[in-house]
Design a binder for this molecule. Structure first.
Ligand SMILES: *Cc1c(COP(=O)(O)O)cnc(C)c1O
Length: 398
């Protein structure tokens, strides 16, 4: 949680490569990986000053580690945040944010299109501490306003939604929240700060699953909470006591991942647009969900808050589950997995995997139809991705 090693006014690609790096006495060019659980002091007096917080410095790896600090500063610079605290995973970032800022009796208003584990966290774990959640329409700000109670302390959302890529209106929702002294936290995992910076549009806190695009190569889990220091400090206090902090090794992997973040996200997003356009032209495809297409019902809103449509494309094939599974089962290149944010393109059938545990009625109400497929576009040539999907769509033999 120290100063920027570089000018925070640099552009994103510069910050992604340079921000946060602090060199040791050895003058290493790459970021150093500090594998140590604790730190030593020069004297009893210094130990006392470090423990009391009177002197800034490392004490124990649950509190801080220089490699983790470099990751935090790099992500803070990219999000345009004053501060960032790293966590062991995306879920621990969301848990830390909630337990740092909410207490028994508090109330959350959340989007009804959140990552599945986030819904479980709110419904099955936070609920046990007396923190309740009301889920409302992702796209209708009037529902958010109507759900506010005197004890509402947090709006929580992610945009675009998974898998239907619906857009939540960040500016409208933050205006409503702030009129009632409510904090707004945005899970910015899908867009990354390269495509969308929620803090610039009024959000108070940004959370990340660094596991996805920040790593980008499917290697490690990580997470983070970004925002003004007065808010992240509470999250830090929770983390140093409760312990779900980021490991130094994972921070080091994530630092390397972030160096190519802009190149990857822009390339993957450009490919996703091409793939979405191609899918939209196929007679076997009933509908394509992609914010970068003019046919997306919220295309204009997406353009007003995202720099591009992102790398997630969903589409409905004609012929229900059998046709959707046929597409999945004919893939030789696309990986059949629910993960996303990787350089390797993935495909998933939400109705039977990520959304398989919810009732068929609730699934239908949420728009997760049996013919729906989600593709998280990677860096392979788009022509090869199209050929893989074309086989399952019955467009070519094999
Ligand atoms: C994956 C994901 C998470 C959870 O992150 P983990 O690192 O797996 O704990 C949270 N939000 C979104 C949008 C995700 O895609």
């Amino acid at each position: 949680m120290a100063k920027f090693a570089v000018d925070p006014a640099y552009r994103a690609e510069t910050l992604a490569v340079r921000a946060g790096q602090e060199r040791s006495q050895f003058g290493e060019h790459g970021e150093a990986l500090y594998l140590t659980s604790s730190f030593v002091f020069e004297s009893a007096a210094q130990a006392a000053r470090r423990f009391s917080g009177e002197e800034v410095g490392n004490v124990y790896a649950r509190f801080s580690n220089p490699t983790v600090t470099m990751f935090e500063e790099r992500l803070a610079a990219l999000e345009g945040a004053e501060d960032c605290v790293a966590t062991a995973s995306g879920m621990s970032a969301i848990m830390a944010l909630c337990l740092a800022h909410l207490k028994q009796g508090d109330h959350i208003v959340a989007s009804n299109s959140l990552f599945g584990a986030t819904v479980q966290l709110f419904n099955n774990i936070l609920s046990r501490t007396g923190i309740t959640t009301t889920f409302v329409s992702h796209t209708d700000p009037t529902q958010w306003e109507a759900a506010i109670r005197p004890e509402t302390k947090l709006f929580f959302l992610e945009t675009p939604s998974n898998p239907l890529t619906e857009i939540a209106d960040l500016r409208a929702l933050t205006a409503i929240a702030h009129a009632h002294d409510i904090l707004v936290a945005v899970d910015n995992c899908f867009c990354t700060p390269i495509l969308q910076r929620p803090l610039d549009m009024g959000a108070d806190l940004v959370v990340h699953s660094a596991t996805k695009y920040l790593d980008g190569q499917g290697r490690v889990l990580g997470g983070a909470v970004c925002g003004p220091k007065k808010l992240t400090e509470e999250v830090f206090k929770y983390l140093r006591t409760a312990g779900p902090t980021l490991s130094a090794f994972n921070a080091w992997v994530l630092l390397k991942g972030m160096e190519t973040l802009k190149l990857r996200v822009e390339a993957q997003s450009a490919q996703a647009l091409q793939l979405a356009q191609w899918l939209e032209a196929q007679p076997q495809v009933e509908r394509v969900f992609y914010p970068g297409l003019p046919s997306h019902p919220q295309h204009a809103l997406a353009q007003s808050q995202q720099r591009s449509g992102g790398a997630i494309v969903s589409f409905v094939v004609k012929g229900e589950r059998a046709a959707a599974w046929q597409v999945v089962d004919h893939c030789r290149l696309l990986s059949i997995t629910a993960n996303l944010g990787d350089t390797k393109t993935t495909i998933t059938h939400p109705a039977s995997t990520t959304h398989g545990r919810i009732s068929p009625e609730a699934r239908a109400a949420a728009g997760i139809s049996e013919g729906l497929l989600r593709v998280a576009v990677g860096l392979e040539a788009v022509e090869d991705l199209q050929a893989d999907l074309a086989r399952g769509l019955g467009l070519i033999g094999g």
